[in-house]
Design a protein. Structure first.
Length: 204
């Protein structure tokens, strides 16, 4: 098995030699029934190569494979704080989806809604918040948050139209409200018209 010094000193974080040596070392540690040793090496290498996004990805995958779920969240949060790339929010949200952690998914989606640009949030919703990924009620709720932040963005207005026209997408009172029926029957023609739309659960 390579020494710890060999793992750390073989090239930089993006060096193929570094990746190859690290993979072999960690594979042997795991095969020998030493996941704690592999975990320790991952943490040390991440501290030494904190600017390598690939290392975060590999570490998160290792943690998920070994059912260290609390640590998975910590790694993604660390990556979110380290890198400007918004895709780390996508990755963490998809991990919440796989684990059916609706509360955590709602929280990170609201967080993203508060800081993303309109274009970034549209991409997040396309990637994560699709009706096939989340339940109808949560799909409606998150699109309402997005519409409150970006009232003139037609993507979220159209998402709400789809949500209100879907069976079971809202509680019976909201689904039958006059405002919802008006929005569905008279789709917005311009950004200016959507900014004045009154939706259930949204202050007008």
């Amino acid at each position: 098995m390579p020494s710890q010094e060999t793992v750390s000193e073989t090239g930089g974080a993006r060096s193929p030699d570094y990746v190859s040596v690290l993979d072999r070392y960690l594979a042997r540690a795991s095969a020998a029934g030493q996941p704690a040793e592999a975990l320790r090496i991952y943490r040390r290498e991440l501290d030494r190569n904190s600017k390598d996004p690939g290392l975060y990805e590999r570490f998160a995958g290792f943690l998920e494979q070994n059912n260290l779920f609390a640590d998975v969240q910590d790694i993604y949060r660390r990556a979110i704080a380290e890198f400007p790339d918004r895709n780390w929010y996508h990755k963490l949200a998809r991990w919440y989806l796989r684990g059916r952690q609706q509360g955590a998914l709602t929280a990170i989606s609201r967080e993203a809604t508060g800081i993303f640009s309109g274009t970034e949030l549209e991409a997040y919703f396309r990637d994560v918040i699709e009706p096939g990924n989340v339940g109808a009620s949560l799909y409606l709720q998150l699109n309402l948050y997005a519409h409150q932040r970006f009232p003139e963005d037609l993507v979220f207005v159209h998402n709400l139209l789809r949500a209100y026209s879907t069976e079971g997408s809202a509680d019976s009172a909201a689904g039958r409200s006059p405002a919802a029926r008006l929005l569905v029957s008279r789709p917005p023609r311009s950004n200016a018209s959507t900014s004045n739309s009154c939706l259930p659960a949204v202050d007008c």
